[in-house]
Design a protein around this ligand. Structure first.
Ligand code: CA2
Length: 156
């Protein structure tokens, strides 16, 4: 594990289009803006952020596997994969650190097919419906979860 704990921020399919289409649902900020928000919040807590966006499920599964033993926590906005990707569920279940599920909108208030999250059960927390501020809130939740874990082990 590197000296400064790394938070892996994963962005799923189509999130690269943020700021370009559907601002009425997802706001005007770009994915780069959100990564900046997460990075600022992480730096304040002494954490680094690594970000990966992919439109491909297997690339995200590979990144989760590669994070094992290397990253302290994962924040994931899996996009539409949230609602049907059991391979993401299984990969996240094998990750030993805290996992925070993140959504810009609130899927529970949208179409019925968005109401199911298949990754919720393997996440320690879900942040949804706070727009771009969710990226800060998700990192703060990760910080709390890491602090709780350290308190449990007696680590400084
Ligand atoms: O609210 C969220 O963050 C979502 O994870 C976004 C996903 C959606 O499938 C989830 O139900 C909720 C969609 C990401 C696609 O983002 C776009 C951005 C701009 C234009 C079109 C799609």
């Amino acid at each position: 594990m590197p000296d400064r704990p790394v938070v892996l921020l994963l962005s799923g399919p189509n999130l690269n289009l943020l700021g370009d289409r559907q601002p009425e649902i997802y706001g005007a900020q770009t994915l780069d803006d959100h990564v900046g928000t997460a990075t600022t919040a992480a730096e304040a807590a002494g954490l680094d952020v690594e970000h990966l966006q992919s439109n491909h499920e297997g690339v995200l599964v590979d990144a989760i596997q590669a994070a094992r033993g290397r990253c302290a926590a994962i924040v994931i906005n899996a996009g539409a994969l949230t609602h049907y990707s059991w391979s993401l569920h299984d990969a996240l279940a094998c990750f030993e650190g805290p996992v925070v599920e993140l959504h810009i909108s609130n899927p529970a208030e949208r179409e019925p097919w968005r109401h199911l999250s298949v990754i919720e059960a393997v996440a320690d927390a879900t942040i949804a419906g706070f727009g771009g501020d969710g990226y800060r809130l998700a990192v703060e939740r990760v910080t709390d979860l890491l602090d709780d874990a350290d308190a449990g082990t007696g680590a400084p």
